[in-house]
Design a protein around this ligand. Structure first.
Ligand SMILES: [Fe+2]
Length: 297
């Protein structure tokens, strides 16, 4: 009887130790997940690309375009100091801002975005197009926001084309498409009427790449909106979900080619209703133009 009771006690002790081990492992995994999630949502990555072309004056050689997108009013630590430093180090000639800088779904904070817009403008000339989230704001709030950033010196492109000039005065055309006009024929008209043969398009949503942007005859497109597919599958370069594309979307982040058009799709800086990115860091895109003298590109 005494032996049985001792065996039972030993078994009980072993079970308790096992349970303690399992709780410890779960806790460690949970902490690891928290650390990964924190890193995935706060450690900024820079994706650098070289775009080689013989269609531009050599004066655009090494012209650097930095793209930021989908901030969703996120404030990185210390008033965005890390983010601004990363951009500054890239020494951009221009900065393009491709929409959803406010969040109209869960955490609207226009003031956070305005603080950022005022600071980013100090680094280089900035060009902005709206995303769908700017349109979730009341009309008066959206217009007030656009007026304020215009006051800071950011050029708001609502279906407009401007010319970017190199140091020696050669130009290329930069077209900015308002988010509500993504599918409309207005892009073809803007492209046809652009004053330069070489055209760069800013448009928030990437799912129109093949059917609209490439068809319009632009050379480069900068997009955002897909947030990298929220959670990315390591080693497969595949995101899980993107708005307007659903599960396992085609366009989530990186460089895409359709005919003569190249799209750079930025994974964004902040989150919206889907609050957590995994294996998917906030991203800055930097494209350096490299001009070549002949067609052997
Ligand atoms: Fe968006």
């Amino acid at each position: 009887m005494q032996k049985q009771s001792k065996a039972a006690m030993l078994e009980k002790k072993a079970k308790k130790q096992q349970a303690t081990r399992e709780i410890g492992i779960c806790l460690l995994l949970f902490l690891l997940l928290i650390a990964m999630a924190y890193g995935a949502n706060n450690r900024i990555e820079v994706s650098e690309y070289t775009y080689r072309t013989n269609a531009l004056s050599v004066s655009f050689n090494q012209f650097r375009i930095v793209q930021l997108s989908d901030l969703h009013s996120k404030m990185f630590q210390d008033q965005n100091a890390d983010l601004l430093r990363e951009v500054r180090v890239l020494e951009p000639d221009v900065i393009v801002l491709t929409g959803d800088f406010v969040d109209g779904a869960t955490h609207t904070n226009v003031d956070n975005t305005l603080i950022f817009m005022q600071q980013i403008r100090e680094i280089a000339p900035c060009y902005y197009v709206s995303g769908n989230h700017e349109y979730y704001l009341d009309k008066a709030v959206r217009e007030g926001f656009e007026n304020r950033i215009a006051d800071y010196g950011i050029q708001v492109l609502n279906n407009e084309t401007v010319q970017l000039a190199s140091d020696t005065g050669q130009t290329l055309s930069l077209i900015g498409l308002d988010d509500l006009s993504l599918q409309a024929n207005i892009l073809k008209t803007l492209s046809d009427e652009a004053p330069d043969d070489f055209k760069i398009l800013l448009a928030h949503e990437p799912q129109y790449f093949s059917d609209f942007y490439a068809d319009a005859g632009v050379d480069i497109v900068f997009c955002g909106h897909a947030h990298g597919g929220q959670w990315r599958i390591p080693f497969l370069n595949q995101g899980l979900f993107a708005p307007d594309q659903g599960l396992f979307p085609k366009f989530t982040g990186g460089e895409y080619q359709e005919g003569d058009t190249t799209m750079y799709l930025n994974r964004g800086l902040g989150n919206s209703a889907f609050p957590l990115h995994l294996f998917n860091h906030p991203e800055i895109t930097c494209v350096t133009l490299q001009t070549v003298a002949d067609s052997s590109v």
